[in-house]
Design a protein around this ligand. Sequence first.
Ligand code: KIV
Ligand code: NA
Length: 278
Amino acid sequence: RKPVTTTRLRAMKSKGEPIAVVTAYDYPSAQLAEAAGADVLLVGDSLGNVVQGRETTLSVTLDHIVYHAEIVSRAVKTPFVVADLPFATYHGGVDATLANVARVMREGGVKAVKLEGGNEILPAVRAAVGAGVPVMGHLGLTPQSVHVIGGYKVQGKQSAAAEKLLDEALRLEEAGAFAIVLELVTDELAAKVTERLSIPTIGIGSGKSCDGQVLVFHDILQYELDPMAKKFVKAYANVGAVVKEAIREYVADVKQRSFPEERHTFHMEEADLQRLYG
Ligand code: KIV
Ligand code: NA
């Protein structure tokens, strides 16, 4: 397969070919997602939740994103790798934003960045696009603003809020965004935005009309001790239970001295053994 590009993603929208996006934070996971056929890998600041074990994404720093982005982008050839700009790294003016974008691109090795928000971030989007950086937008529930929004809840339900979101999506497209994530918006609004935009919409908890879907790696796999039930997540495996059982068996083997076995063990040559112990 040829490496996925923004041109290819737009063509997929025109052809009605769904875009499959999954988050990735480490080397083996990125390689497995590539082997499984994912079109886009997102080094999401959801790593604050699923890797760092935090309640929100606000703990994630630019250094964290650069660290994980470098690993993921080095692991794969085909998927288009996008990294989140984390909390408060694109709100301090165009110069500061560009410096942060440059670090994620140069040191992180990704091909694009994702920014949360609407009208307030249009200058940042224009600056990044102007510098040759593909930008993915993110509207609806924007987790970096959770304390302003007041919780993780469905956005744009009322007509005024829906109209504002559609308008912001159009402005993001105009500013040069190559795609927009729609998080936790109603099926009806996501369908309307998807129809009105020429660039692809990537939904999470936003119904089936989006041009693509994104889910968090750990949610797809239920790779957690106590996976939280989320209405918009479909779990395709119970990796958490598999991992726990495997490690439980290993611990039991160690306690019973039934691991390691002869086949896991190295020996000295007889002559050396004689010389050593006579
Ligand atoms: O950080 C993330 O994983 C995301 C997706 C859920 C869109 O932003
Ligand atoms: Na994110």
